[in-house]
Design a protein around this ligand. Structure first.
Ligand code: MLT
Length: 410
């Protein structure tokens, strides 16, 4: 008799966003006249920048001709994309990352899950709470946790609360851990980490031989140069960190799919046989075996974001969403809601009014305002009493959403 991976049985009901989708569908089916505005999942709404569209059209034309047709590409990604990433995202900012340390993929969500393939099963994992649920669920699936308790917290995982009380800055773990997930600008709280905070984590990882999984999916939304955009801006990080970046939100690729992961060559670990092993080599081995690279057309589109025209258009797109975020912050603050984030990230994290539970507030907003957000408790127990609104929507929808929000809470 075959067996299943029984770790899946430990998972709580559904992944957060499909669960929200189910509830919204039930409401929409029962109230077909309701014009629901969705500020829940961070999914982009605006068309792709013109330079990217043109580059993708040209790439399709390449595929239509024998001379410029492309079959399998390099599993690590094409040089025409890896090189501008290394030059513009890192080297131009004084950060030491080489093109061959960059692995292009079809998404950061996939990479953050897939990376567990090259890591041992007995690592103790630390996550902030609230947190992007993928870090938790992929570790559950891989058997790195115990069962969930009644608050949904899994045994063996070390939870580091980030709330208004500690200014959304996690304390160092009070028990030994091996792997630490950090996400800045943060999903879901929209808050950022200072250079000092990240240095504290890198120093801790160096001292305790830990690995930092740094998710920088939202770095393009940082508008203040004193805030680090990459963990590799921090001294010592090349020895302890892997960085995940995504094209989903900054160039509108949630549906196109392209991302990259940086695994520095200095990142090594001693295997049980005593050999020093390079994580870069392991990841390269894993990707060459299980992945055939992101498509040529998609990578051509992503590369266009690094041309002068593409950079300008991408910046305009980011500015557009960040104006939405500012409107949300201002609108909510004007009716007395306590709001965090929204300055260097496209997420606004708010305290629910009158200490309502996150899911009660979700239901109230949906029923009375036909608005969808994300309950903070869906990101972890310490997110209870908070709620997330995404700034990814049209201006008209954001403006209408603010008016509806005000009338629901007033
Ligand atoms: C979110 O809403 O948290 C994101 O869209 C999830 C993701 O990027 O996978």
């Amino acid at each position: 008799m075959f067996r299943i991976n029984e770790n899946y049985l430990k998972l709580k009901a559904g992944y957060l966003f499909p669960e929200i989708g189910r509830r919204v569908k039930a409401f929409a089916d029962a109230n077909p006249e309701a014009k629901i505005i969705r500020l829940g999942i961070g999914d982009v709404t605006e068309p792709l920048p013109a330079a990217i569209v043109t580059a993708m059209h040209e790439a399709v034309d390449d595929m239509a001709k024998r001379d410029s047709f492309h079959g399998y590409g390099p599993e690590q990604g094409y040089g025409f994309l890896r090189e501008p990433i290394a030059e513009q995202d890192y080297q131009a900012r004084g950060v030491n990352v080489a093109a061959d340390e960059i692995f292009i993929s079809d998404g950061s969500k996939c990479d953050t899950g897939n990376i567990l393939d090259i890591l041992g099963a007995d690592n103790v994992i630390a996550i902030t709470d609230p947190v992007y649920p993928v870090y938790v669920d992929t570790n559950v699936m891989a058997g790195h946790t115990g069962d969930a308790d009644k608050n949904g917290r899994y045994g063996k995982l070390v939870y580091l609360p980030v709330t208004a009380e500690n200014n959304f800055t996690a304390d160092l773990p009070s028990e030994p851990v091996d792997i630490i997930y950090l996400c800045y600008p943060n999903n879901p709280t929209g808050t950022v980490a200072t250079r000092e905070t990240l240095q504290k984590w890198v120093d801790y990882a160096l001292e305790n031989k830990c690995l930092i999984m740094f998710d920088a999916a939202y770095e393009a939304f940082v508008s203040d140069d004193s805030i680090p955009r990459s963990i590799f801006e921090i001294e010592g990080a090349r020895k302890v960190a892997i960085e995940f970046r995504s094209f989903s939100k900054n160039i509108g690729f949630t549906g196109v799919r392209c991302a990259f992961t940086v695994v520095p060559k200095e990142l090594t670990v001693t295997a049980s046989c005593g050999t020093e092993v390079s994580l870069h080599q392991l990841w390269n081995r894993r990707q060459s075996t299980k992945f055939n690279g992101a498509s040529y057309i998609v990578q051509k589109g992503a590369a266009a974001a690094y041309t002068p025209e593409g950079r300008q258009q991408t910046k305009a797109l980011i500015d557009f969403y960040m104006t939405n975020a500012q409107l949300l912050v201002d609108g909510l603050t004007s009716v007395g809601i306590t709001v965090f984030g929204g300055k260097h990230a496209p997420y606004v994290w708010l305290k629910t009014p009158n200490d309502m539970s996150s899911w009660d507030f979700f239901d109230k907003l949906l029923e009375k305002g036909h608005l969808v957000g994300t309950p903070g408790s869906g990101f972890g127990a310490a997110g209870e009493g908070y709620f997330r609104l995404s700034a990814f929507n049209s201006r008209a929808n954001v403006e209408t959403a603010i008016e509806r929000f005000k009338s629901v809470v007033s």
